[in-house]
Design a protein around this ligand. Structure first.
Ligand SMILES: C[S@@+](CC[C@H](N)C(=O)[O-])C[C@H]1O[C@@H](n2cnc3c(N)ncnc32)[C@H](O)[C@@H]1O
Length: 239
């Protein structure tokens, strides 16, 4: 008899606090025999792996998948191919695999590339995703502020390669969320200073994690050595 192929579940595990997972995500992580997650940098534990530690057991098989932090398309594709082959080894034996994703699985996640590569190579695989708590929502929650109100326009910028891009967004958005702000912080600070907007901007570093830090008075911080896991929210209009 031919074995049915397993399902790949993309499970959102939230931004840091393990309790920010959904009931469904937690159940799947506890039931599924094979758990995958992005491998940490320099041999350290990755964030998703750290978040799910309370929910998994030593008996479950762990797949540390390598996703490099670089722009080179060729190397990225190679990594996605290798990761999809690793996952396929289990799926084709009829075992389900749960991939743990920090934040929400549909929001700038490497899971998407893994899923696309797997679907292309093995169209018979079923892929399901479980949504979750994402960094803009976690950041607003830590700040104790609503992310948006009424008819406010929200802009989410995944990475600013040129701070001049902010001018365009400032022309229409009421609330701006900057992900990956750590690499351009000084330039953003200067731009906000020139527009007298420093009192409208807040940063949360490692939201909902043990090392969480909030920066409210940005006037006092023209430079900051921020973690990659930092979000800035700029509230332009207060309704
Ligand atoms: C590749 S994106 C992944 C987003 C993630 N899937 C989510 O739903 O939030 C990485 C960026 O998300 C933001 N981020 C993710 N987790 C965070 C956290 N716990 N605290 C602050 N920022 C976070 C940072 O701006 C980081 O540079």
């Amino acid at each position: 008899m031919k074995t049915a192929v397993g399902t790949l579940y993309g499970v959102s595990v939230g931004t840091g606090d393990p309790e920010l997972i959904t009931v469904k995500g937690q159940r799947l992580l506890q039931q599924i025999p094979v758990i995958a997650f992005p491998q940490g940098v320099n041999g350290k534990q990755g964030l998703a792996q750290k978040i799910i530690a309370p929910w998994i057991t030593p008996q479950q098989k762990k797949l540390h998948l390598y996703f490099p932090y670089l722009q080179d398309e060729k190397q990225l594709k190679k990594a996605w191919q290798e990761a999809s082959e690793t996952v396929w080894q289990y799926l084709h034996q009829g075992m389900d695999v749960a991939f743990a994703c920090e934040g929400d699985i549909s929001f700038y996640s490497t899971f998407t590339y893994l899923a696309q590569t797997l679907s292309k190579n093995y169209p018979q695989v079923t892929i399901k995703t479980i949504p979750g708590v994402s960094s803009p929502m976690a950041t607003a929650s830590v700040l104790g502020l609503p992310l948006t109100l009424r008819s406010q326009n929200l802009a989410i910028i995944p990475a600013l390669y040129n701070v001049a891009e902010l001018d365009q967004v400032l022309s229409w958005a009421d609330v701006i969320v900057l992900l990956k702000v750590s690499s351009v912080y000084t330039q953003v600070w200067q731009k906000l200073d020139s527009l007298d907007l420093l009192d409208h901007a807040f940063i949360v570093e490692r939201a909902t994690q043990a090392e969480e830090k909030v920066y409210q008075n940005l006037r006092d911080h023209p430079t900051l050595d921020l973690s990659y896991f930092s979000v800035m929210i700029i509230y332009l209009k207060h309704d």
